[in-house]
Design a protein around this ligand. Structure first.
Ligand code: AP5
Length: 225
């Protein structure tokens, strides 16, 4: 069984940089019209348009470090009030952010329905990120080898140019992975205790990962292996 187009989904996508969170969020967004809320995309849009939030976040992002919790929590409160169903891609990333999320969702009576943990090894993550091409307008991603667009450098969907992200250089990727280990990995235990956590193998082909995510959404407590 797979979820119905009308099914309510309130998901957290958890996992290291490059594990496939954004890729899968776009698949579900297209298939179920569920809103992807990507903190990375929101921050990059703010950096690009030079807002005060973007100016505050830019140096952290360029260095591969997490943006301070107070900035992110303030930004996300407004986003969460916007709908019944959503996929949180890249948030929360610290225990403080997870606690703020719990409080906000409780006040809106919108409990999470599942937390999906994407697993992948470090060498694969580095290879994926250093070969990634992104549509800066929509956040859709491709990979030079693993998931190439039909025409190099051009988005299959909207025909616009693809770019490599500033933080996808090897050195910055290594820094991002260090931040993940230190500050985000503790969320695995945090969400395991809630019974909402389901792990999926992010090393499988994109379609197989999608199938695993759909099984997980069907019922985290009884998800198929
Ligand atoms: P963000 O934009 O969220 O980056 P990230 O978490 O580092 O995640 P990525 O987008 O790099 O990876 P992904 O898992 O989405 O992988 P993708 O699907 O693209 O954050 C950027 C920065 O913003 C942070 O460093 C921080 O500074 C700041 N920030 C954001 N949120 C924050 C927060 N909450 N708190 C504080 N700071 C925050 O896939 C990667 C590549 O692999 C692609 O090329 C794709 O085509 C390919 N691929 C995907 N799946 C597969 C597959 N199954 N097989 C083969 N290839 C695949």
């Amino acid at each position: 069984m797979s979820p119905q187009a009308t099914q309510t989904m309130r998901l957290v996508f958890l996992g290291p940089p490059g594990a496939g969170k954004g890729t899968q969020a776009k698949v579900l967004e297209d298939r179920f019209a569920v809103r992807q809320i990507s903190t990375g995309d929101i921050l990059r849009a703010n950096v690009k348009s030079g807002t005060p939030l973007g100016l505050e976040a830019k140096s952290f992002m360029d260095a591969g470090q997490l943006v301070p919790d107070d900035v992110i929590i303030r930004m996300m409160r407004g986003e969460l009030a916007g709908g019944e169903s959503f996929i949180l891609d890249g948030f929360p990333r610290t225990i403080a952010q997870a606690q703020a999320l719990d409080e906000t969702l409780a006040s809106l009576s919108l409990p999470l329905t599942a937390v999906i943990m994407f697993e992948a090894d470090r060498d694969t993550l580095i290879a994926r990120l250093t070969g990634r091409w992104t549509n800066p307008r929509t956040g859709r991603t491709y990979h030079a080898v693993f998931n190439p667009p039909k025409v190099a450098g051009i988005d299959d969907e909207d025909g616009g140019p693809l770019e490599q992200r500033r933080d996808d250089t090897r050195d910055v990727v290594v820094e991002r992975l260090g931040e993940y280990d230190a500050k985000t990995a503790p969320l695995i235990e945090y969400y395991r205790k809630t019974g909402l956590l389901v792990s999926v193998d992010g090393l499988e082909p994109i379609d197989s990962v999608t199938s695993a995510v759909l099984s997980a959404i069907d019922g985290p407590a009884k998800a198929r292996p």
